[in-house]
Design a protein around this ligand. Structure first.
Ligand code: C5P
Length: 226
């Protein structure tokens, strides 16, 4: 069977990446986390003081962006990890601060343009599952299978809180919920490639589905496509 491109888009913390990773593993595809790329740019901005509160030093970022190298490598257990200029940043990019900064950085058109190019390059030989916000609409408008994932903000915040509270004991549910809602607004309201469902995407509301039920649904969608 020939390989296809699977695009999985949706709101933040809706479990897209878990679904995408599990499917990729099961069918022998490469998984690409496009959000990690925006997070890596955000981390770079924070580390190099290009970002102070809201204003970003756009001139400097534009100048430095071509020299930033973002990529993925599998670790010993076969999981893909994010690298920024040769350094493993997989853990560093998962903080709330970086998530917040990523949602700012990802609204900048020249940043999107560069990331989209990189993502299209990664999908050249197909056989990939990529998750994000604009994969089915902008990055791969001709993807053979497009999924749009949704779940209520409260449910997504609950899931994210459980994940984060395990490593950061100071975090509150209210903070996480506020972050989820703020990012939803920014992702859907921004001018550059706002989050929206592609016309030909299948919708999955996973509010009340177990991880396994989601996987079965996705596998079924894949089998119906090939
Ligand atoms: O999916 P994740 O939460 O890791 O993404 C981090 C940020 O990057 C999101 O807040 C979103 O604004 C942005 N993003 C994007 N386009 C993508 C993937 C992520 O704008 N394809």
């Amino acid at each position: 069977i020939s390989k296809i491109i699977i695009a999985i888009d949706g709101y933040s913390s809706c479990g897209k990446s878990t679904m995408a990773k599990t499917l990729a593993k099961a069918i022998g595809y490469i998984y690409i986390d496009s959000g990690a790329m925006y997070r890596a740019v955000a981390l770079y901005c924070i580390k190099n003081q290009l970002i102070r509160e809201n204003p970003i030093d756009l001139e400097k970022l534009k100048q430095l962006l071509p020299s930033i190298c973002i990529g993925f490598k599998s670790n010993a257990t076969g999981e893909s990890e994010t690298y920024l200029n040769g350094i493993n940043v997989e853990r560093d990019i998962r903080s709330l601060d970086v998530a917040q900064a990523a949602s700012l950085v990802s609204a900048i058109p020249f940043v999107r343009e560069a990331m989209v190019k990189l993502q299209q390059h990664m999908g050249q030989s197909k056989g990939i599952v990529m998750d994000g916000r604009d994969i089915g609409t902008v990055v791969f408008p001709h993807a053979e299978l497009k999924i749009f994932v949704t779940a209520s903000p409260e449910i997504r915040a609950k899931r994210r809180f459980a994940e984060m509270a395990a490593v950061n004991h100071n975090i509150t549910f209210e903070e996480v919920l506020a972050n989820v809602i703020e990012r939803d607004n920014r992702d859907t309201q921004r001018k550059a490639s706002p989050l929206r469902k592609a016309d030909d995407a299948l919708v999955l509301d996973n509010s009340y589905l177990s991880i396994d039920e989601q996987f079965q649904w996705l596998l079924n969608a894949y089998q119906n496509t090939i």
